[in-house]
Design a protein around this ligand. Structure first.
Ligand code: PLP
Length: 434
């Protein structure tokens, strides 16, 4: 398969190149040059997610050096369960697909593990790739965790000193070689600027084979489309009807992934995107005009995005945007939804997933009843216990994977907010012994 840029002026001949580059050379985002149409009678909904993933993703890897390794990459990336649960026993048609049973408790584990698995096969243990990631939250932990123990790729995670929560810091600093956490004397924007400056330095980039794992990388979106397609296929085979999806999104990673899965023939009915108070997508869906805005801070902070990067990808698939609606859910509605669903059913949403629960609740009764629905539950509520515990009036226990993080030793190095300090850290960071 070949890939084209949404910018219209760049092409790539293979997925390996797309993964290593991240963004296309014309500044656009990569999309496949045609939408694969897998044979849905062959794609077993009853088999494991890893087996399904190998088949679903095969067309994207056809003809690429990674094609042979795809089944192994999928087996490692999709080793955590992705259960479909019934949050309210009184409403069996409503399911949540829980995407938070991976090692860092949010769906970003799947994309990070898949992409790092690809990088580990594209790198070389004698001269490894270096993933440079600036992070304010979930992504850095997922990338660090995914890189642990790899030989041909290492991960360097930059985070702003004193600006992440104690649990987040633990999740960024607890991974062994070849992962190194760098605490930068600055804020998150400084971390991003440092990463950009490092990539702009051709010598530094070549010396360390720098690459990125940010959310526009197709290697993170493909696994997201995969587990949504698998959840849809399982639901279709159980209920005999295409489920609707309600998907919390900010940067349009999941939103685009759902549209991609549907456009590849996955049995998905209407797609409803739920956002927090950041209005960009809501305004676009109401007016047809896209205008980015500055982001505003909300309780669903992993979705605090005013200029969704993946919008360009959505806009490039105009024929796939039917039955797509957007619902905006502000902080007051997030809180009310967490409280009331806990009171009715005992189920606990994280603030991001609560936007989906609320967007579903706002559907007319007949639309709710006419088909099965799947809500994407994107993070474990434990990760947001400061918000959630006061709303439900009880403490939340960490799931085993998150509890295990407390038993790990942590390590970090503090660096000044300048490129020479970063270059020095890159030069001295260790690489796992092959
Ligand atoms: C990253 C993240 C999101 C938003 O993902 P999109 O790419 O904007 O779809 C939602 N919930 C959680 C918990 C996240 O970490």
């Amino acid at each position: 398969m070949k890939f084209v840029s949404t910018g219209g002026n760049a092409k790539s001949d293979s997925i390996s190149e797309v993964l290593l580059r991240g963004a296309a050379s014309d500044g656009g985002l990569y999309l496949p040059d045609h939408l694969p149409a897998p044979d849905w009678t062959e794609l077993g909904a009853d088999g494991s997610l890893a087996d399904f993933a190998g088949q679903f993703l095969e067309p994207f890897f056809a003809g690429d050096p990674l094609a042979k390794a795809l089944p192994d990459i999928c087996a490692a990336a999709f080793d955590a369960p992705v259960p479909l649960v019934t949050p309210d026993p009184g409403r069996p048609q409503l399911q949540a697909v829980e995407l938070f049973h991976g090692p860092t408790g949010a769906f970003k584990d799947f994309g990070a593990r898949f992409l790092m698995g690809c990088f580990d096969r594209l790198g070389d243990a004698g001269h490894p790739l270096t993933v440079l990631a600036a992070t304010s939250g979930d992504t850095g932990g997922a990338v660090g965790c995914a890189a642990e123990g790899m030989a041909a790729v290492r991960a360097i995670i930059l985070f702003p000193k004193g600006r992440v929560s104690p649990f987040q810091e633990r999740q960024l600093t607890c991974w062994r070689d070849p992962v190194q956490a760098l605490e930068v004397e600055g804020d998150f924007d400084d971390c991003q600027r440092l990463v950009k400056a490092a990539f702009a330095d051709a010598q530094l980039t070549a010396r360390h084979r720098l690459t990125s794992a940010n959310s526009i990388n197709l290697g993170r979106l493909l696994p997201q489309a995969t587990y949504l397609a698998h959840a849809a296929a399982r639901t279709f085979s159980r209920f005999g009807a295409k489920p609707g999806f309600v998907i919390p999104t900010g940067n349009l990673g999941h939103g685009f992934a759902a549209v991609l899965a549907r456009s590849m023939g996955a049995p998905i009915g209407p797609i409803r995107l739920s956002t927090n108070a950041n209005r960009t997508l809501k305004d676009w869906s109401a007016s047809g005009r896209y205008a980015s805005r500055p982001s505003v801070a909300t309780l669903a902070n992993a979705m605090d995005v005013g200029a969704p990067s993946n919008f360009e990808r959505l806009a490039a698939l105009p024929n796939q945007l039917h039955d797509l609606t957007v619902e905006l859910v502000d902080d007051a509605a997030i809180k009310a939804r967490i409280r009331s669903d806990f009171a009715t059913s005992g189920y606990v949403w994280c603030p991001h997933s609560a936007t989906a629960a609320e967007a579903f609740a706002r559907l007319p009764q007949d639309a709710q009843a006419e088909r099965p629905w799947i809500l994407a539950a994107t993070a474990h509520p434990y990760k947001f216990l400061e918000t959630v515990e006061p709303l439900i009036g009880r403490t939340i226990d960490p799931p085993p994977a998150l509890a295990a993080i407390f038993d790990r030793p942590t390590a970090k190095r503090t660096i000044a907010n300048d490129v020479p300090s970063l270059a020095d850290a890159l030069g001295s960071a260790t690489v796992a012994a092959p």
